[in-house]
Design a protein around this ligand. Structure first.
Ligand code: PPS
Ligand code: MG
Ligand code: MG
Ligand code: MG
Length: 335
């Protein structure tokens, strides 16, 4: 059996079920079901349901594995959280089999199992139950992202992208793509509906002039102005593909675009490990390269954040050095 085979299959089942609950919540979603966290990012019923489901699957299969999850159950507790709690409860159970159904208390407990501090020793999971909450709310791209980190290094990543076409050449065809990677074993995709996996890899362009940027929709998450200057230096004339979420890592890994930049928009924002763990391994296993804007490898060993890093640069290996050089030229001119 290949390394991490059990972890791989449990992660696939967990991410698929969580992706299904997201799709179900979207269908039932009414605008006033969203609430605002103090970081102003919208958190939905789907965030909580997806985290409850994945943490339950992980706990059942690997009871000793700690989890670094984005959400906690604070907003679901007490009288203030009653309405939201009931919605999470019914929607979560709506996708689980009869034998898997959870009580309200079990849901809260499962969500809070994501409170681990992370670190450099042993193994833990990193979970973003929905990445791209804004994309989710506008019916755009979002991703359910799960990674296994061992001794500070990402070893496995599974990402569910319910709104990403299975075949990029058929944008109106079947949607719902799962991306799977294990260190040293390559990068794969499959549809939600069929288990057959296909190997994916970066496009084989050799010059930056042929490249396409895959960019954030939110200018507040990555500077669009800096990206435009970098594109000019690289001789890129093709329009950027704009999409929310870690689906950007998935897209470049299968050659839909070539470069993903996360250019710091503030001096104080620190990236979270769950926003980059699975995506960064997918990129390297698909033949790409990832560092921060200073050319340093992303360091997942510190805790819940990427405190030692600033921004992200991900690209096809052949053009990576030129991309990084241009990123640094543009950013250093701003200092
Ligand atoms: N200021 C700032 N800078 C950089 N990143 C930030 C910032 N604020 C939030 N976040 C994180 O961005 C995650 C969503 O990233 P996206 O790439 O989907 O953003 S975008 O909507 O496409 O612009 C989003 O993840 P989710 O909360 O899981 O959606 C946040 O963790
Ligand atoms: Mg968030
Ligand atoms: Mg996120
Ligand atoms: Mg999230």
């Amino acid at each position: 059996m290949s390394a991490l085979a059990t972890e791989r299959s449990v992660a696939i089942q967990a991410v698929l079920q969580a992706s299904r609950v997201c799709q179900s919540v979207f269908q039932h979603l009414v605008a006033n079901e969203t609430l605002t966290k103090n970081d102003k990012s919208p958190v939905t019923v789907a965030d909580f349901s997806a985290q409850a489901i994945i943490n339950t699957y992980l706990h059942k299969a690997f009871p000793n594995d700690p989890i670094v999850g984005e959400e906690d159950s604070k907003d679901l507790r007490g009288d203030a959280g009653k309405i939201l709690r009931e919605k999470v409860h019914s929607l979560t159970n709506g996708v689980l089999d009869e034998s898997e159904k959870l009580s309200e208390d079990q849901i809260l407990e499962a969500i809070d199992r994501g409170n681990y501090a992370g670190g450099a020793k042993g193994r833990h999971w990193a979970l973003d139950p929905i990445d791209g909450t804004k994309g989710f709310l506008r019916g755009g791209q979002y991703a359910v992202c799960l990674a296994l980190i061992v001794d500070g290094q990402v070893q496995l990543g599974v990402m569910g992208t319910p709104n990403l076409p299975v075949d990029p050449a058929k944008p109106d065809g079947e949607k719902g793509t799962l991306f799977i990677t294990v260190r040293g074993q390559g990068a794969f995709q499959r549809s939600f509906s069929t288990p057959t996996e296909t190997k994916i890899h970066f496009s084989d362009i050799a010059t930056t002039e042929e490249a396409t940027f895959c960019e954030s929709v939110e200018a507040g998450h990555s500077s669009h102005g800096d990206a435009a200057e970098i594109a000019k230096l690289l001789g890129i004339s093709r329009p950027s593909v704009r999409m929310d979420s870690q689906a950007k890592y998935c897209s470049i890994s299968r050659g839909d675009g070539d470069i993903y930049l996360r250019l710091p928009t503030s001096k104080t924002y620190v990236e979270k490990i769950w926003d980059h763990a699975s995506g960064s391994l997918l990129v390297t296993e698909a033949g790409g390269k990832v560092t921060d804007v200073n050319g340093k490898p992303l360091d997942f060993s510190i805790g819940r954040t990427l405190e030692a890093n600033k921004g992200v640069v991900a690209a096809n290996t052949k053009i990576f050095d030129r991309v990084l050089e241009s990123v640094q030229k543009v950013l250093s001119s701003k200092l």
